[in-house]
Design a protein around this ligand. Structure first.
Ligand SMILES: NC(=O)c1ccc[n+]([C@@H]2O[C@H](COP(=O)([O-])OP(=O)(O)OC[C@H]3O[C@@H](n4cnc5c(N)ncnc54)[C@H](O)[C@@H]3O)[C@@H](O)[C@H]2O)c1
Length: 325
């Protein structure tokens, strides 16, 4: 660790979410992106210009030439394992974008390698850090909603051009909308309700150009004591709500995304809905700050590689239940 206690981070993959992370590090305390790797050198150079980082063509080159404390993996899922392992072997902490891997076996290898080397592996489940979700988790933990009985999470909308991108290539993505989008929802269910004991699912391919993967899915999750959740996801719907709903024996709460509605909650003691708000940074800054704080020993790591592995395992159980893999 550098003497000024600044975490030196290497960014691997500077595409869409890589650039979101890069912009967010600006607002993260005690971290600096010092190196960037992307197999597309132009992409890496453009990103590096923003932060004055060194550019590399391969992870191995970067690891040989730069002193780092951690890496932040933002490549497509099928490459997460191959770029994580050399970093873990060098004793670096790893933040890895969701899904942790394209297949449970690869995710398991990552978790095992990090455990054996004694480094942190965090799965980038950004929604846990969305300020209204932070407030919702606090309400649940305080018992304000009573026993949580039902959960619903809908992340659906249009994804123009998905058929041209790796998201619809099963080899690279590991699946379709369930693997890409519902992996967040599964993690939210585990975070807010409890461990998943049973999975049922229905999947559909609406856009024939999309190839092998599903673009629409519903999964039904339940815990061992029959608390239940519905997860809805699609890439082909023109409009609709993106929402997390939690219903308990003494109250309910709703977190809205991108639709102009306010996140709100109501308990049996209240006459009307109240705003569900939390002052704090946006979910990407919150997620990165948590990783940095954990690596610097300031907080225990709260979102682990195991959480990422469980979510990928549950996605695979959903595919099996839907008869689609
Ligand atoms: N948390 C979120 O909200 C969120 C949003 C979007 C994407 N993601 C996840 O982030 C990851 C990346 O998605 P994206 O949308 O940024 O994809 P993208 O295609 O926009 O970017 C991926 C980048 O990785 C580079 N790359 C590919 N293989 C590489 C390798 N072996 N080494 C180095 N660089 C490599 C590509 O050249 C590209 O620049 C995926 O796992 C995706 O599911 C998460």
């Amino acid at each position: 660790m550098s003497s000024e206690r600044t975490l030196r981070v290497g960014l691997i993959g500077a595409g869409g979410i890589g650039r979101t992370h890069l912009a967010s590090y600006d607002r993260v305390r005690e971290a600096q992106i010092v190196a960037i790797v992307d197999i597309n050198e132009e992409v890496a150079r453009a990103a590096a210009l923003q932060v004055g980082a060194q550019v590399f063509r391969s992870v191995e080159q970067m690891l040989e030439q730069v002193e780092l404390d951690a890496v932040d993996i933002c490549t497509p899922p099928a490459f997460h394992l191959e770029v994580a392992l050399p970093a873990i072997e060098r004793g670096l902490h790893v933040l890895c974008e969701k899904p942790l891997a394209h297949h449970p076996d690869a995710a398991r290898q990552m978790v095992r390698a990090a455990e054996q080397r004694g480094v942190y592996l965090m799965t980038a489940f950004c929604h846990r850090f969305h300020p209204p979700v932070v407030a919702l988790k606090r309400l649940i933990d305080a018992g304000d909603l009573g026993e949580v009985v039902m959960f619903r999470n809908r992340f659906a909308g249009p994804f123009p051009g998905v058929e041209e991108r790796w998201f619809s290539d099963k080899e690279v993505a590991g699946g379709g909308v369930l693997m890409d989008t519902s992996v967040h929802s599964i993690d939210l269910f585990r975070f807010l309700v409890g461990e998943v004991a049973r999975v049922q699912a229905v999947v559909r391919r609406t856009n024939p150009a999309i190839g092998e993967v599903e673009d629409t899915a519903i999964a039904l999750l339940s815990t061992s004591d029959q608390r239940m959740g519905v997860i809805e996801a699609s890439w082909v719907l023109a409009a609709g709500f993106n929402v997390i709903e939690v219903y308990g024996t003494q109250g309910a709460a709703m977190v809205h995304y991108w639709d102009g509605f306010r996140s709100r909650y109501k308990t049996h003691r209240m006459d009307d809905w109240q705003p569900l708000e939390e002052v704090g940074p946006d979910r990407f800054v919150g997620e990165l700050q948590h990783f940095v704080d954990a690596c610097l020993g300031r907080t225990p790591l709260l979102v682990t590689g195991y959480d990422g592995l469980r979510a990928v395992e549950i996605v695979y159980e959903a595919y099996a239940a839907a008869g689609s893999q």
